[in-house]
Design a protein around this ligand. Structure first.
Ligand code: ZN
Ligand code: ZN
Length: 391
């Protein structure tokens, strides 16, 4: 189980980067600031090795500890609470507050933030602290590595110049073509990590400060849209103030303080504020759902240039969401509209399977079913109402 989590492109690539940058930096440091000849060099090397091990430790912990799952068959103690929660048909359990079903993990995840391909696991309740520890160590370690690597490459490339014109106490860095390439690649990776992981760290810290996950950001945004024009507002029920919010996720052990089912709440908030809001949002989505029947089969191709034409292939929905292969006669319940693409749930023939098939398909494959009749879905007549609905 643990091995299958690691044997995936994400963790393998992350481990290659961690080891490549660490080994190249240690090799450079031994020439740039040798640890055997000065205390400063020893302290510098020790500091780097500590932060590098911390990166590896927090990375493996986030991957192996996992986010925490809602127990199979879980239901609230009070019968009346069931109507405030959504039911997951795959896990055959109610979705506890803050939990969401991850299609990649195939389970309901406690306080799900996002599915991270680099750890090949979800980031959620149990591993949030480890994940942030990993991001922080990676950014600090790579900033340190970028400095040692770039200074070493600089002194290595100018070695002969310093031999003639230098003061004699410059670091003596010897490069071969092979080590130069290895160090330049390591420097590129280290700078890339500082920028990309640094941005991710910023969003994670913001999420901890507000005690609001990435998914909850999205729910709150949709709630603000749903409640516009009314006197009601929805406040995040889990926001306990800066220091309490931090304490819930970050501490020395990186382990969370509550059980992932019952959450401490802000004064005046109710434990089902967000779950009830989601139910209302789902209801609104059902109201705007429209039925389409397939008249041209579609292979599920991401770039259907030959079958669907230039305009469809060149204006794909810009999203990391699936495409669904369809046959003539299939029925799809559409919830999102783009000029050349539609997104929806495919109607299932057999009721035995609970797996939903949903995704994007070219708009020209389908015609809308209106009161049991087929209406030609030409863009001119539908663009205006659908655009309004998308917003
Ligand atoms: Zn589930
Ligand atoms: Zn997942």
């Amino acid at each position: 189980m643990a091995l299958s989590r690691v044997l995936h492109w994400g963790p393998m690539a992350a481990l290659v980067i961690i080891f490549w940058v660490s080994l190249a930096t240690v090799a450079c440091n031994s020439m740039y600031w040798p640890s055997h000849s000065s205390w400063g060099g020893l302290v510098n090397l020790t500091a780097f090795l500590m932060i590098s091990s911390s990166t590896l430790y927090h990375f493996m912990s986030a991957l192996l500890v996992g986010p925490g799952h809602v127990p199979k068959g879980w239901e609230p103690q009070e019968e009346s609470d069931k109507e405030m929660l959504q039911f997951c048909h795959t896990c055959v359990a109610y979705k506890a507050p803050r939990s969401h079903h991850c299609r990649k993990c195939g389970k309901c995840i406690q306080k799900m933030d996002h599915h991270c391909p680099w750890i090949n696991n979800c980031v959620g309740h149990q591993n949030h602290g480890f994940f942030v520890g990993f991001l922080l160590s990676a950014v600090l370690g790579c900033a340190h590595a970028s400095w040692i690597l770039s200074m070493s490459i600089y002194y290595g490339l100018h070695r002969s110049w310093f031999a003639h014109h230098g003061l004699g106490h410059e670091p003596k860095v010897v490069l071969t073509l092979f080590t130069l390439i290895v160090f330049i690649f390591a420097l590129g990776m280290a700078i890339g990590v500082v920028l990309a992981v640094g941005a991710l760290l910023f969003f994670q810290i913001r999420s901890i400060v507000r005690n609001q996950t990435g998914i909850e950001d999205w729910i709150m945004e949709k709630a603000a849209y749903r409640l516009r024009g009314t006197s009601k507002t929805l406040l995040n029920p889990y926001d306990l103030g800066l220091s309490n919010n931090f304490g819930l996720v970050l501490n020395l052990s990186c382990r969370p303080k509550c059980d992932g089912i019952d959450w401490p709440l802000r004064d005046g908030a109710h434990k089902f504020d967000l779950t009830h809001e989601q139910i209302l949002q789902k209801r609104d989505k059902r109201l705007r759902t429209r039925e389409y029947r397939i008249r041209l089969s579609y292979s599920g191709s991401w770039c259907p240039f030959w079958s669907m034409g230039f305009r469809v292939a060149c204006q794909p929905p810009c999203a990391d969401e699936p495409r669904i292969p369809l046959d003539i006669g299939d029925v799809v319940f559409v919830t999102r509209w783009k000029k050349h693409w539609l997104y929806g749930d495919k109607a299932q023939q057999s009721l035995t399977t609970n797996v939903r098939i949903r995704g994007w398909f070219p708009r020209k494959c389908a015609i809308e079913v209106v009161d049991g009749r087929h209406a030609e879905d030409d863009f001119s007549s539908h663009d205006k109402p659908t655009k309004k609905k998308q917003r």
